[in-house]
Design a protein around this ligand. Structure first.
Ligand code: SF4
Length: 432
C-alpha cells in the first residue's frame, strides 16, 4: 500500500504520492570537503534528488556545515551509535538525519534527538537493519526474520509517536531480497509513513544492480516505496543513481533522459552491434531529452517492431538505415551509422521536428524493401512472436475472451465495436 503521509527533506517531498526520490551516499571521508563535494556534484549531475553522507566523527560535522551550504541537493547525515553527533548534525543544518533508534543509546537519547529535530523542523529517517535487530527480537528473528524486522520497525514508529513526532520516514534493510520484499510489503500494510527502500550490501555493479532491480522493482511495481538508494560496491556513487533511474524508467514511474532499446541479436546479425550499442548508450548519456532510440541488429523484419521509437538504426553487411517513428530516413555506410544517427537526433532536437529529404527517404525505403523481400521466408524471433500474437488474437475474437496484450490495434477496435453492439455491452466477456 502506498504511504499516505508526506515529509519534506530540504524541499524534496517524500511519500504521500510524490515521485519516488532517488538518493545515493557519498563514499568519501566526509571531512574531506573537496572530495566529498566533488562526489556530491557527480551524484547530483547523474540525477539524484538527495545525498547522504556518513558522519562518524566530530571533524565530519565541521565539513557538514559547509556541505549543506554548497550542495546542490539536500543532504542527509548518516549517524550511528552517537546521539551527540545527531544533535550536532541537526545544528549543522543537515536536511535529514538517518539513525537507527536501536543503536543510539536508549529511548532517552532518542528523545533528545527528536526534541532537537522538532525544534529545527528536521525530518528523520529511522531504520532497522537485519544485522542489528534489538536483543528482545532475536528469538523471533530465528523463527521469522520478516516478522522480526517489521516488529522492530513498528516499535520504533510507536516510540516516535509516543514522543509526539511524525516527521520521519522508515526503512527496513536486509541483505536478503525475499526478506526485503516481504518485510516492506508487511510494513506498508501496518504503517502509512513514507518508506525508504534499499538492499543492504547488494554487491558489485552487476549483482547489486540486479538484486536491487528485482527487490526494489517488485515493491515499486506494487506502489510501495517513496525513496530509493541502490547500494553498489563501487567508489563511483553516480553509478548507483544511474541504476536507480533505470529501475524507475523501466517501471514508467519517472522519466529522465533517453531510453535505449536494442534487440538481443541472433544469427542474422551482420554488424558489430555490441560495440555500436555501447557507443550509442555512452553518447546518449549527454542528452536530457526523454527520446527513445532503437537499435535493431538486422533489417530482415523491417523496422515496424521499433515504430514507437523516436529514432533508430538497423544494419546489414556494409550499409545501415536511420529511421524515425518506424519510417526510413536515409541509408548510410555502416561505418557512419552512429555519427549519422546522432546528427539526425541533434538536428531534430534543434528544429523541433524530424526533417525528411524525400530522395533519401525513398532510397532508404527501397533498400529496406529489398532486404525484407530477400528474407521473406525467414522465421525470426519477431515474426514468431507476431504469428503467436495473431493466433491468440484470432482465438480471443472467436471465443469472446480478453485480447492478448500484443493484439494489433485493429483487432482491439473491432472487438470494441462488437462489444458495443452486443446485448451484453458493458459487461466483460468470459469463457462459457
Ligand atoms: S532477427 Fe531480430 S534479434 Fe535477430 S538480429 Fe535481427 S532484429 Fe536482432
Amino acid at each position: 500500500m502506498a504511504s499516505k503521509r508526506q515529509i519534506d527533506v530540504g524541499g524534496v517531498k517524500i511519500g504521500g504520492g510524490a515521485p519516488v526520490a532517488v538518493q545515493s551516499m557519498t563514499k568519501t571521508e566526509t571531512a574531506d570537503l573537496e572530495a566529498t563535494m566533488r562526489q556530491i556534484r557527480a551524484i547530483a549531475d547523474a540525477g539524484a534528488d538527495l545525498v547522504r553522507c556518513a558522519v562518524p566523527r566530530d571533524k565530519d560535522i565541521d565539513a557538514l556545515k559547509e556541505i549543506v551550504v554548497q550542495s546542490p541537493i539536500p543532504v542527509i547525515a548518516d549517524i550511528h551509535f552517537n546521539h551527540t553527533l545527531a544533535l550536532k548534525a541537526i545544528d549543522a543544518g543537515a536536511h535529514c538525519i538517518r539513525l537507527n533508534p536501536g543503536n543510539i543509546g536508549g529511548p532517552e537519547k532518542v528523545g533528545e534527538v527528536v526534541e532537537r529535530a522538532k525544534a529545527a523542523g528536521t525530518p528523520l529517517r529511522i531504520g532497522v537493519n537485519s544485522g542489528s535487530l534489538p536483543r528482545h527480537l532475536h528469538e523471533l528473528e530465528r523463527e521469522s526474520p520478516v516478522e522480526a524486522l517489521v516488529s522492530a520497525a513498528t516499535e520504533f514508529v510507536a516510540l516516535m509517536e509516543r514522543l509526539d513526532f511524525e516527521n520521519f520516514k522508515v526503512s527496513i534493510k536486509s541483505t536478503s531480497v525475499p526478506n526485503t520484499i516481504a518485510s516492506n510489503r508487511l510494513l506498508s500494510e501496518r504503517i502509512d509513513y513514507p518508506l525508504h527502500l534499499g538492499i543492504t550490501e547488494a554487491g558489485t555493479k552487476w549483482t547489486g544492480s540486479l538484486k536491487s532491480a528485482v527487490g526494489l522493482g517488485t515493491l515499486l511495481a506494487d506502489d510501495i516505496g517513496d525513496t530509493i538508494r541502490i547500494s553498489l560496491s563501487t567508489f563511483h556513487a553516480e553509478e548507483e543513481v544511474k541504476v536507480a533511474w533505470e529501475i524507475l524508467k523501466a517501471l514508467k514511474l519517472r522519466e529522465r533522459g533517453p531510453v535505449l532499446i536494442a534487440c538481443p541479436t541472433c544469427g542474422r546479425l551482420q554488424f558489430d552491434m555490441d560495440t555500436v550499442v555501447q557507443e550509442i548508450e555512452t553518447r546518449l548519456e549527454a542528452y536530457d531529452e526523454p527520446i527513445e532510440v532503437a537499435v535493431l541488429g538486422c533489417a530482415v523484419n523491417g523496422i515496424g517492431e521499433a515504430s514507437h521509437a523516436d529514432f533508430g538504426i538497423t544494419g546489414a553487411k556494409n550499409e545501415g538505415l536511420i529511421f524515425a517513428h518506424g519510417e526510413p530516413l536515409k541509408k548510410v555506410p555502416q561505418d557512419d551509422l552512429v555519427d549519422a544517427l546522432f546528427a539526425e537526433i541533434d538536428r531534430s532536437l534543434k528544429i523541433g521536428r524530424v526533417e525528411r529529404d524525400e530522395a533519401k527517404v525513398a532510397e532508404g525505403a527501397a533498400w529496406l524493401a529489398k532486404i525484407e523481400e530477400e528474407n521473406a521466408g525467414e522465421m525470426t524471433p519477431e515474426r514468431m512472436a507476431a504469428l503467436e500474437a495473431k493466433a491468440a488474437t484470432e482465438e480471443a475474437m472467436a471465443t469472446g475472451t480478453e485480447l492478448p496484450m500484443a493484439a494489433p490495434a485493429a483487432a482491439r477496435e473491432r472487438k470494441k465495436l462488437d462489444e458495443d453492439a452486443s446485448p451484453t455491452a458493458g459487461r466483460r466477456f468470459t469463457r462459457a
